[in-house]
Design a protein around this ligand. Structure first.
Ligand code: BMA
Length: 378
């Protein structure tokens, strides 16, 4: 055999062995763009960690909905690779989210970020469908919100057979309507990462670990995905399973709805003290290992710095996340006009520290993700 024939044969065999090895999203009917995104992120997580910021394009501490603005860009010169958006109150049919952001503007900026070549992730702090109907239940700001944990019957009440099941279907209809209009200028559905019912291992949302059984939590997930994917024919969503801090894989997987539903294994962990580095190291170790076994994506989908530290990004976060194939690290919103120090605000004393994180060869911001051409547009 001639050398050139052998080379072609070898290339073909390599393609057969490795080319096909890239896993697929859980949704067997996922759109082409969604499959491409999934596979790009699957590969990219071995190259570097994308930086994500919640509501980065919507507002910052000192500004609200200004064209092309971003706190991340103001500090680093670049946008985050991952833009987070929040859909709480879409279920109510409201025009604005629980954070007063217009849903029309959210859709607009999702399209902008997609056009720039960035990744979109969406969270959903949906109201409590049971307690919000009870006028004289728990008082205070939590009443009827995602944070209202006064009843353990909420999840069972919205599953098939439950007394709030029809109401929940209406909520999922409204959510679907929002997702269906997310199209680019050519009418192509924009792929997004959806992370509902988050931080399940905690008990501060009505779907938290002590507020429902693992079976109910898993059913809630399965019902939601089946509704969006099979009933509404939405095939541009990658689904992210998520917990708050956990100390074992067993704890992490409690209520996991299944590999046929989930595309990403993600973790939320904020730095509350010196033990954080070790705890994060441990948790990312078993979460990323499990993700590789199951052919899933990974993320540290919410984190935030320890109060009072001015070298947290460089000395705590970066060394730990660099050890693992973590797809992205996202810090939470810079609440407009907030009197409080919100975790992850790159505008405070640690600007140089955040720049160090940005400049690290291990981190990826929008420009690097554009170069990686994750939507294969080039
Ligand atoms: C929380 C806080 C809330 C906000 C919610 C949804 O963690 O930032 O103020 O309403 O996220 O964005």
């Amino acid at each position: 055999m001639k050398t050139s024939t052998i080379t072609v044969l070898l290339a073909f065999l390599t393609f057969l062995c490795f080319g096909q090895k890239l896993p697929l999203p859980a949704d067997k009917k996922a759109t082409k763009e969604t499959v491409i995104l999934f596979q790009s992120l699957y590969k990219l997580k071995n190259k570097g960690i994308m930086y994500g910021h919640q509501d980065d394009l919507m507002y910052g501490y000192t500004w609200w909905y200004e064209k092309d603005k971003s706190d991340t860009k103001a500090v680093t010169g670049d946008y985050p690779a991952v833009a987070g958006f929040e859909l709480g109150h879409i279920e109510l049919g409201n025009e604005r989210s629980l954070d007063s952001v217009s849903f029309t503007q959210i859709a607009e900026l999702i399209k902008v970020h997609y056009k720039r070549g960035g990744v979109i992730t969406v969270s959903w702090h949906l109201n409590n469908p049971l307690t919000m109907q009870i006028k004289d239940s728990l008082s205070g700001w939590q009443h009827g919100t995602a944070w209202d944990v006064s009843s353990k019957e909420v999840v069972s009440s919205i599953l098939p057979g439950g007394k709030n099941h029809e109401l929940f279907n209406i909520w999922l209809e409204r959510l679907s309507t929002f997702f269906i209009q997310l199209k680019d200028e050519n009418g192509i559905a924009i792929p997004i990462i959806f992370r509902p019912y988050h931080e399940h291992s905690g008990s501060f949302f009505w779907w938290g670990t002590n507020l429902c059984t693992d079976q109910e939590y898993s059913s809630l997930w399965r019902y939601t995905v089946t509704f969006l994917r099979d009933k509404k024919n939405i095939h541009n969503i990658l689904y992210a399973y998520n917990t708050d801090r956990v100390t074992s894989l067993e704890q992490y997987m409690r209520g996991y709805p299944g590999d046929d539903i989930i595309d990403m294994l993600s973790l939320d962990m904020y730095d509350r003290g010196e033990q954080f580095g070790g705890e994060l190291d441990n948790a990312l170790g078993f979460v990323t290992k499990e993700a590789i076994i199951r052919n899933k994506l990974t993320a540290l989908s919410e984190t935030g710095e320890r109060k009072g530290m001015n070298n947290w990004w460089a000395s705590v976060l970066l060394p730990v996340v660099s050890k693992y194939p973590v797809g992205y690290v996202l810090t939470w919103r810079d609440a407009y006009n907030s009197k409080f120090s919100v975790a992850g605000n790159p505008f405070q004393s640690f600007t140089d520290d955040f720049k160090y994180f940005h400049n690290s060869p291990r981190t990826l911001f929008l420009k690097e993700v554009q170069e990686a051409d994750i939507y294969r547009r080039k």
